[in-house]
Design a binder for this molecule. Structure first.
Ligand SMILES: [Cu+2]
Length: 165
């Protein structure tokens, strides 16, 4: 009996591992692991992060985003202002040719306001991204535990993200 339970637990773990690795392609763009930091059930806001790789010889631009979970979805950046980190809306997020752009805590991110439904840990919700060249790409955002890392650790983060997949 114990062995059977172990097998069931083992395959559940394996399944959740597959479910965690998710990526999307559109045009020359490759979007890896869209995720959202878990927020309290009373929160009116949430944010989403992912890595965008551009395999094309031309730069592309993320122009806007929308999700049914939010009344309003904005593109955001964090900036240093008066010695403080503040976030503000940006018109667009550029993705360099043959390069990548990482949306992550403390940097560029997608921001959801006026939440219609607060996403719970383990949930997935749809997000539509509109790019200047690659067009519209639909992704699913996985809600995960907060794993904030300062931007100085970005390289380590990239490495461990690879090991993770
Ligand atoms: Cu924001």
């Amino acid at each position: 009996m114990k062995k059977i339970i172990n097998i069931i637990l083992g395959s559940a773990l394996l399944l959740s591992c597959f479910a965690n690795a998710h990526d999307y392609k559109g045009g020359n763009l490759h979007i890896d692991h869209p995720w959202s930091k878990q927020v309290p059930p009373t929160s009116a806001v949430a944010a989403a992060f992912f890595n965008i790789m551009n395999h094309g010889d031309e730069g592309d631009t993320l122009l806007r985003a929308e999700s049914p979970i939010a009344g309003k979805t904005e593109l955001h950046a964090h900036i240093h202002e008066d010695g403080m980190m503040k976030m503000r809306e940006v018109e667009k997020i550029d993705i360099p040719a043959n390069g990548s752009r990482t949306l992550k805590p403390g940097s560029y991110h997608i921001m959801f306001f006026d939440l219609q439904k607060v996403p719970a840990l383990g949930d997935r919700f749809p997000l539509t991204l509109h790019f200047a060249k690659a067009g519209t790409i639909e992704v699913d955002v996985a809600v995960e535990e907060a794993t904030y890392k300062p931007s100085g650790q970005q390289k380590d983060e990239m490495k461990s993200a690879h090991a993770h997949h």
